[in-house]
Each structure stands twice: as structure tokens, then as C-alpha cells.
Design a protein around this ligand. Structure first.
Ligand code: DC
Length: 216
């Protein structure tokens, strides 16, 4: 069974997707980590991000693997590296590269195979798994998302003003939503959940009820 969870950054999507996968005993696929992994590899190789073919070549040649929560590129654990601001900024170029998207979409389908998976991203319900059994679009108000992001940065020792987090987030949202392929938008048959006023546990509970699991 495939369950897709799409939505913007900072809506608590990752936490919800991971918890849901745990509760159901499903595998978890973090597709954002794949766009980040390609961006990280491009930075390592000094690839010019405006050279779309060179960026696509990197996507084609690296081997991205997941080992639990760890992300490996060509066998190297890059779980921390792919969460830096530089990689976050650079991932707009891998996410906006049509060939990279084709390559990663193909890999995502291969990784999911026939298994039970909760998969998280922007285009999982619309493009990658249009026939998924359950589709969710997790969102929240821009302010509450920016506040969450700010807390995540602070937990990593980075103190960034809320206005800056909000401005960067608006830029990313606009780019994600405007993309011609793989744009961030709810699938027509997705259930939308706004997490501005409810915590991750309550969201997971709600999703489990919809899926027909056994919430405790
Ligand atoms: O969810 P995230 O912040 O880790 O995603 C990293 C980047 O990849 C971000 O620019 C959105 C993009 N992305 C995408 O285009 N499609 C996906 N399925 C997942 C992420």
C-alpha cells in the first residue's frame, strides 16, 4: 500500500510521515532528501547549477540509498550535510531540473516497489504515485510554518530572525508551486490537513482514523 504525504516545508509533514510509517509498520521514503542529495553532490563537484545537463549527469551517476533514517550517497553518510543551508538553497536547482526529476521519480517508484510505504514530498500524490491508496496534503499558515522552521534552526544553534525565515519560505513556496513539472499542489483526491492548531500526534491520529487503522 502506498500513502502519500505532500505539502510545503515547515508544516510538520516529515514528523507526521515518519510517525505514521512507524505506527503502521510501513517503510518511510523522504523524497526531499533525494533532491538534497543531488544538490550536495553537485556542490561537492563544483558543478555549475545553471548547467542543467551537468546537474542531471550528477543525478544519473550517484547512488542514493536509505539506511533507516540515514541518507547515503555512494556509500557516504550525508544525513547531516544535506540539511545545511547551502544544500537547502541549492536544492531549488535540482528540484527545478526536469531531467533530475525524471531520474528521481523513477528511483522513487523503484524504491517503493510493491512494499507498504509512506512517501513524503511535493509531487508524490500528483505525479509519482497517482494511484496511491491514501493521499494527504499537510499544510499550515505561513507564520506557524516559519516559527517551526525557526525553532528547528535554533535547535541546530542557528538563530535566524523570523522575518528572514518567512521571506525565504515564501520564495521557496512560490518556486515550488510555480514549477511546470512536479509542482507542489494537492492531488484532486488528497485529504488536506491544516496543522496550524494541532500537534503532530493529533495529525497522525486523524490520518490513522482516515486510513482505518486502530488509533489508541
Ligand atoms: O522537503 P525538503 O525541504 O527536504 O525538500 C528539499 C527540496 O526538494 C525543496 O526545494 C523541495 C524539493 N522537493 C521536490 O521538488 N519534490 C519532492 N518530491 C520533494 C522535495
Amino acid at each position: 500500500m502506498i500513502i502519500t504525504i505532500d505539502g510545503p516545508a515547515g508544516a510538520g509533514k516529515s514528523t507526521v510521515a515518519r510517525q505514521l510509517a512507524n505506527r503502521l509498520g510501513f517503510a518511510f521514503l523522504d523524497t526531499g532528501a533525494m533532491y538534497r542529495a543531488v544538490a550536495w553532490a553537485c556542490l561537492q563537484r563544483d558543478v555549475d547549477f545553471s548547467d542543467v545537463d551537468a546537474v542531471a549527469d550528477v543525478a544519473r551517476t550517484i547512488v542514493i540509498q536509505f539506511d533507516g533514517d540515514e541518507v547515503l550517497v555512494d556509500g557516504q553518510n550525508v544525513s547531516g550535510e544535506i540539511r545545511t543551508n547551502d544544500v537547502t538553497a541549492a536544492s531549488q536547482y535540482t528540484a527545478g531540473n526536469l531531467e533530475v526529476r525524471e531520474i528521481l521519480v523513477e528511483q522513487q517508484r523503484r524504491i517503493a516497489g510493491d512494499s507498504d510505504v509512506v512517501t513524503e514530498g511535493r509531487d508524490q500524490g500528483t505525479v509519482v504515485f497517482p494511484a496511491a491508496e491514501f493521499k494527504f496534503f499537510i499544510t499550515a499558515s505561513p507564520e506557524s510554518r516559519a516559527r517551526r522552521r525557526q525553532e528547528e534552526f535554533a535547535a541546530r544553534g542557528q538563530n535566524i530572525p523570523l522575518e528572514q525565515v518567512l521571506a525565504d519560505q515564501t520564495d521557496r513556496d512560490n518556486r515550488d508551486a510555480a514549477r511546470k513539472v512536479g509542482a507542489m499542489k494537492p492531488a484532486a483526491d488528497a485529504v488536506e490537513v491544516d496543522t496550524s492548531q494541532i500537534d503532530a500526534d493529533a495529525v497522525v491520529q486523524r490520518l490513522l482514523e482516515i486510513i482505518g487503522g486502530t488509533p489508541d
